[in-house]
Design a protein around this ligand. Sequence first.
Ligand code: AMP
Ligand code: ZN
Length: 479
Amino acid sequence: MTIKLYNTMTRSVDEFHPLHPPVVSLYTCGPTVYNYAHIGNLRTYVFEDILVRALKLAGYQVNRVMNVTDVGHLVSDADSGEDKMEKGARREGKTIQEIARSYYDAFVADMNRLNLLPPEQWCWATDEIDTQKAQVEALAEKGFTYVIEDGIYFDTSKFPDYGKLSGQNLEDLKAGARIEPAAGKKNPTDFAVWKFSPKNEQRLMEWPNPCGIEGKGFPGWHIECSAMAIKYLGETLDIHCGGIDHVKVHHTNEIAQAEGALGHPWCRWWMHGEFLTMPKDDGGGKMSKSSGEFLTLAVLIRNLLQRGVSSETDAALSYRYFLLNAHYRQQLTFTWDGLEAAANAYKNLKRAVLELRASYTGGETPLADHENKFNEAVLDDLNMPRALAAMWTVIKADAPAGEIYATLLKMDEVLGLGMAEMEEEALAIDPAEIEKLLEERTAARQEKNFARADEIRDQLAEQGIEIMDAAGKTTWRRL
Ligand code: AMP
Ligand code: ZN
């Protein structure tokens, strides 16, 4: 099957074909492990997960590498300020290794809760210092760098295509640069590939400088991705992903470094997920890890459990469902009402899946027409809102329940909503007890004691039981 994807570089949706089929090499920028991932970050990882699953649907094998940033990501974009990892370690009174490990573990736990497939390869920035130094040296040898007091900088005026990813030329970028030029920087867009340790300050992490320069320092943030992507995925990369904020600086700089060092084009396809934003009356705009004000998946789960969602799994996957409702190239505003609506939809889905499963024998095949409609949506630049609509259509289809269930299982290979694992929760109340209360309620109604009858209805509702009166009979079901 052919897959069409949007390419940030060409600004168009085109058929994607890997360089070496059936394998697709994919590099996805990973977390900086100085704090929890926020639900905005997680939106980007859910988009990337759908991409991986869609590529598999198209018949490819995916070789995905994801980095873990544990050094070099500075608080300010202007190559200045504290290292986020060092700041995090001081904040918590722990070592960098301790916070890196604990936030990485928390990240992997979030990935598991959201049914995100793990990458084939994780790579940690501090494990690959030599790889990064080698790229700095290759750039220096080719004349792309210059040395100033605080580090080795990439001279963006030496790379004529600088800015091609965001469609801006160097002059536009210079004019629009919000970054104050560091003392000695030749162009405002120049960036550090290696920073020297400050003279009168002991950094927690530092290594001997590259290029035979005396003293110690640490890699710039951008060099880690271009160096590790080439090491693990070769000199030509099929797809590189990240959040939309990476287009103008991080990925633009990665291209300059990789293509500068290699001397030829590097990444064939760039894909970016749009932002999750907060509503205007809640501060608005971007959620930020560095400001410390952000929502985590754990907070969402806790909130949904308080609103009656029955398990942590259902709560986490309700967030995944919430995200699938919007196309990855459109901004999405997070609201609690929107999340609750997604949780209700997820609950209805679960109810339908459990009912349909009861008729499934294991031998049924998916309904081809419905499956095709779903696949078409997924393969059309990951149109998940359309794919979800196809999912609801098959649930209501006039077809044998077992075949509908088989179709849903197939769709869930992309949706990742955990349909095969959905389970009926244990009832909070014994069914015999429910029957007893219903008898008591019938008697109360006959005696016109409606207050008691209503009390029983409310009591059962609190236990997740809905009661229905029809044709002189009272039945119950789970809410
Ligand atoms: P970080 O850990 O800050 O390097 O970010 C991890 C990923 O999340 C990157 O790909 C970012 O582009 C992405 N990201 C950051 N903020 C948001 C947001 N509000 N919505 C979606 N993605 C985001
Ligand atoms: Zn990166």
